[in-house]
Design a protein around this ligand. Structure first.
Ligand code: PLP
Length: 356
């Protein structure tokens, strides 16, 4: 009876007003799947079932659900500083988090621009790429190259460079000047491969064909997922990303790795760039950075890209881009052992937690 009483207090009696994304709304509302709470690797539904969260939410709850240190960090930050303006103003946690992310990222990927989602991260990366060429006097580099079957979120930039037809076909002409590499999947030659396919590095050579068609002087950047996720999990073929890197270098084209899924440990490394031994010019991230608890995304750029903007008079705004919630204090707050957590269950604080 107690369970039934709890359920009726949780389950809404009208599902109409909420227009759900990427969902068959009418079918869902006839047979809704409602999650009431979560802990570690489990969800608990409103009708009392315990489910294993085998997909980590939408590939985002990398540290598991409702982890005590994360819950405490969010609670503390909400009580201390709920918001600070993101333009011409900041709060200390933003800088600390940027430093920690740049330390995690490979090579000289040293500068972090924050936003609130993977889609915004992709749009930010594409804009940074275009603006980077412009500030260096190569404003003719305006083309963006994506990949068939790619998923880069749902902003106009992301669906333009993305390659999933259902996400593109109803939204008009999209961004101009976008071209696509072929997908890396070839069932005839890769079926039943475990891990990285041996076959397929040559799909990167298609970039040479695109360069021959448009000329390198018109191409700003290539964006790919190091391991495709939303189209079905497609690890990059062996040598593919290295080849893409070489061709980009040869033609002065920026390489953006969209690590919204692969960032923060998904492939066993902080970033897939490290897993594949390829240093991109820009990495996008979101999802796992907060283990899905609070929205956050961002872009990590190599030092020469940041430096290219840091010229001219110092009082001038270098990049006319940013979000009200860039580096939101609650997303940025890290778990801090001082002052100690109230929870003795917290693994980080357990030694210093009060005993009472
Ligand atoms: C590679 C990639 N880029 C971008 C996105 C978009 O992220 P968001 O849904 O947070 O906007 C996703 C989402 O799954 C993704 O997998």
């Amino acid at each position: 009876m107690a369970t039934a009483a709890r359920q009726s207090s949780i389950a809404p009696n009208d599902l109409e007003a909420y227009w759900m994304g990427f969902t068959s709304n009418r079918a869902f509302k006839k047979a809704p799947r409602l999650i009431a709470r979560a802990k570690d690797m489990h969800y608990f539904t409103t009708d009392g079932r315990k489910l294993i969260d085998g997909t980590a939410g939408l590939w985002c709850c990398n540290a598991g659900h409702n982890r005590e240190p994360i819950v405490q960090a969010i609670q503390r930050q909400a009580a201390e500083l709920d918001y600070a303006p993101a333009f011409q103003c900041a709060h200390p946690q933003a800088f600390e988090l940027a430093n920690r992310i740049s330390a995690l990222a490979p090579a000289d990927l040293d500068h972090v621009f924050f936003c609130n989602s993977g889609s915004e991260a992709v749009d930010t990366a594409l804009k940074v790429a275009l603006a980077y060429h412009a500030v260096r006097g190569e404003a003719s580099r305006t083309r963006l190259i994506g990949r068939e079957r790619g998923y880069h979120g749902v902003g106009f930039g992301g669906i333009s460079v993305g390659g999933i037809v259902a996400n593109r076909k109803m939204f008009g002409t999209l961004l101009a000047g976008v071209d696509h590499l072929p997908a890396t999947y070839d069932r005839a030659n890769q079926a039943f491969t475990k891990g990285e396919p041996e076959y397929g590095a040559h799909f990167a050579d298609e970039l040479e064909r695109i360069v021959a068609l448009h000329d390198a002087s018109t191409i700003a950047a290539v964006i790919v997922e190091p391991m495709a996720g939303s189209t079905g999990v497609l690890p990059a073929p062996k040598g593919y990303l290295q080849r893409l890197r070489q061709i980009c270098d040869k033609h002065g084209i920026l390489l953006i790795l969209d690590e919204v899924i692969t960032g923060f440990g998904r492939l066993g490394f902080p970033f897939a760039a490290e897993r594949y031994g390829v240093v991109p010019d820009i990495i996008t991230f979101a999802k796992g950075v907060t283990s899905g608890t609070v929205p956050m995304g961002g872009v990590i750029a190599r030092k020469p890209i940041y430096d290219a903007f840091m010229r001219g008079p110092e009082h001038v705004v270098e990049l006319f881009h940013g979000y009200t919630y860039s580096a939101h204090p609650i997303s940025s707050r890290r778990h801090s052992p001082t002052p100690p957590c109230a929870s003795r269950a917290c693994p980080t604080c357990s030694t210093s937690a009060p005993s009472g």
